[in-house]
Write a protein that binds this ligand. Structure first.
Ligand code: SF4
Length: 451
C-alpha cells in the first residue's frame, strides 16, 4: 500500500540533518510521498526502514526498458488508474509486425515503409517505435533480426523477437543482445529455458499464458528464478477479454499491489481483428486501457497517425500544458507593413495558428505571449490573457521596432477585450480577428487586400 507523508515520516530518523537536501525530515517525507524524490536521497535510513519505504513508494507497475541507446524505450512505471489522478508515465511502445509470412522482398519493403512512418504534431516527432519480428525458420529469423538491428539509428526501433523455441531465439538474439530486444515469449512449456536466456542476455522477457490466472503462476515462477524485466500477455481471444484483462491487471497492481501483475503488458491488436482498419480501432481501445506495447500488422500511415496522436494526447502530463516560448515569430518573410497577430503559448494553439498563417502565404508577425501554456479562452478566463498583460507583452516584445504600423489583430474569441486593450495600448489600433484558425488564411488575405 502507498504510504502517506506522515506514515513515511514515522520511519525516518527525524534528525533534520538536511543531508537529503530538504530542511526537515517532514519536508523529505512529503516529497517522497509525492514521488518527487528517491528513498536513497536519505543516507541515514536503517536498512529495514529503507526496504519498507522502497517497497511502499515504488511504482506498482514495474518499469521495463526495451532497446538501448537511441532506441531505448521505457514502458510501465505506472502509478494510477486514471490520468487525471496524476499522469500516465510512459507512452506505450507502438510496434509494426513483420511476420513470418512475409517473403524476403516483402520484409525489406516493410522495413523501408516502417522507416518512412514519421509524423509531426505540435512540434513533436511521432512514429511507431518498435518492430516485432517473427519467422518459424531459425535461419530466416536470425537474418531478419540482424537486418532490423542494422536500421539507421534515427529510425529508433526497439525490437521484439518472436519464437517459441528458446534455442532459436538465443541464436537470433545473441548477436544483437546489446540492443536489449524483447524476447517473446516464455510460456508454461518453455519458461525455464526462456528465463535462463533472458538472464544470460540481460534482455526483457514477454510472458504468455492462457488467461490471467495462468499468467500469475508463470510470473511468480520467473520472478522466483530472478527474471524481473517482464512484459505480460494474457493471450485474450477477443477484444472484450483483452480489455477485461488489461483493466484487471492494472487494477490489481495499483489498488491491491499484486506484484505478479505489476508489469507492463503487450497487446496484439492484429490478432483480435484481421481487418487492419478494425485492428487499428482495437489498438486505440487498448491504448486507452493500459497496454504497454501495441502490435499492428500494417504500415499504413493513415492508420498509424491517429494512434500516434491518441498516444501523444493521453500520455502528456495534464498538470503541465505543452507550451512554446514567448516571443515574436516571423512567418514567411514579414516586413514593416506585415500584419501583427497575437495569441497565447499553448502549443496546440501556436502550431494551429502558425500553420494557417503560413498557409495564407501572407508574411506576418505572430506574437506568442506566455500564458502558462493555456489556450486563448482559458487564459482569458484565468486572467492571464487580459488587456493589461497583453499591452505589457506587446511593449516588451520589440515588435514596435520591427513594424511601421500600429495595428494588432487579436483572436476573435476575445473580441470583448478590444476596447480595453486599445486604452491600455495607446497608439495601436486593435482589430478583432477570426474565432477559428481555419478562417485565418481568408482573413489575412482580405486584410492585405484591403490595404
Ligand atoms: Fe531527515 Fe534523512 Fe533528510 Fe536527514 S537526510 S533530514 S535524516 S530525511
Amino acid at each position: 500500500m502507498a504510504l502517506s507523508g506522515l506514515q513515511i515520516f514515522k520511519l525516518l530518523p527525524k534528525t533534520n540533518c538536511k543531508d537529503c537536501g530538504y530542511p526537515t525530515c517532514m519536508a523529505f517525507a512529503m516529497q517522497l510521498a509525492a514521488g518527487k524524490v528517491r528513498v536513497e536521497a536519505c543516507p541515514h535510513l536503517p536498512q529495514e526502514a529503507g526496504a519498507q519505504l522502497s517497497d511502499a513508494v515504488s511504482a506498482p507497475v514495474s518499469r521495463v526498458t526495451v532497446g538501448s541507446g537511441a532506441s531505448a524505450l521505457a514502458i510501465g512505471e505506472e502509478t494510477v488508474l486514471y490520468r487525471h489522478e496524476k499522469r500516465f508515465e510512459h507512452a506505450p511502445g507502438l510496434a509494426v509486425l513483420a511476420g513470418g509470412s512475409l517473403s524476403d522482398v516483402e520484409f525489406a519493403e516493410r522495413l523501408e515503409a516502417f522507416s518512412a512512418l514519421t509524423f509531426e504534431r505540435v512540434g513533436e516527432p511521432l512514429r511507431p517505435n518498435m518492430l516485432a519480428i517473427s519467422a518459424s525458420d531459425g535461419a530466416v529469423l536470425e537474418a531478419r533480426v540482424a537486418r532490423a538491428a542494422s536500421l539507421d539509428a534515427a529510425v529508433k526501433a526497439a525490437l521484439i523477437v518472436m519464437h517459441d523455441d528458446p534455442a532459436v531465439l538465443r541464436r537470433a538474439c545473441a548477436p544483437v543482445a546489446d540492443g536489449r530486444p524483447l524476447l517473446y515469449a516464455a510460456d508454461p512449456t518453455n519458461w525455464r529455458d526462456m528465463g535462463a536466456l533472458a538472464r544470460d542476455l540481460g534482455a526483457p522477457l514477454a510472458v504468455k499464458a492462457a488467461g490471467i490466472e495462468e499468467l500469475i503462476g508463470l510470473v511468480e515462477k520467473l520472478s522466483g528464478a530472478g527474471v524481473e524485466q517482464l512484459v505480460l500477455d494474457s493471450s485474450p481471444v477477443d477484444v472484450r477479454a483483452a480489455v477485461r484483462d488489461q483493466v484487471f491487471a492494472r487494477r490489481a497492481a495499483v489498488k491491491s499491489r499484486l506484484r505478479s501483475l505489476g508489469y507492463p503488458t503487450i497487446a496484439f491488436a492484429c490478432r483480435l481483428a484481421s481487418d487492419p482498419a478494425l485492428a487499428a480501432v482495437v489498438a486505440g481501445v487498448l491504448l486507452c486501457r493500459y497496454a504497454g506495447i501495441i502490435v499492428l500488422d500494417t504500415v499504413d500511415p493513415a492508420l498509424w497517425l491517429p494512434l500516434c496522436v491518441l498516444s501523444q494526447n493521453i500520455y502528456t502530463d495534464p498538470q503541465r500544458p505543452m507550451q512554446v516560448e514567448e516571443g515574436v515569430y516571423p512567418i514567411g518573410e514579414p516586413g514593416p507593413d506585415s500584419p501583427v497577430l497575437v495569441t497565447t503559448n499553448f502549443s496546440l494553439t501556436y502550431f494551429t495558428v502558425s500553420g494557417e498563417v503560413e498557409a495564407s502565404r501572407v508574411p506576418s508577425w505572430l506574437l506568442v505571449m506566455n500564458a502558462e501554456g493555456q489556450s486563448v479562452l482559458t487564459a482569458w478566463a484565468a486572467g492571464k490573457f487580459v488587456p493589461e498583460a497583453i499591452a505589457a507583452f506587446i511593449r516588451r516584445s520589440g515588435i514596435e521596432e520591427k513594424v511601421g504600423h500600429r495595428r494588432l489583430v487579436i483572436p476573435g474569441y476575445v473580441a470583448q477585450i478590444s476596447g480595453e486593450l486599445a486604452e491600455e495600448l495607446s497608439g495601436w489600433d486593435i482589430e478583432v480577428g477570426v474565432r477559428e484558425a481555419v478562417d485565418i488564411p481568408r482573413y489575412l488575405r482580405s486584410l492585405v487586400g484591403s490595404g
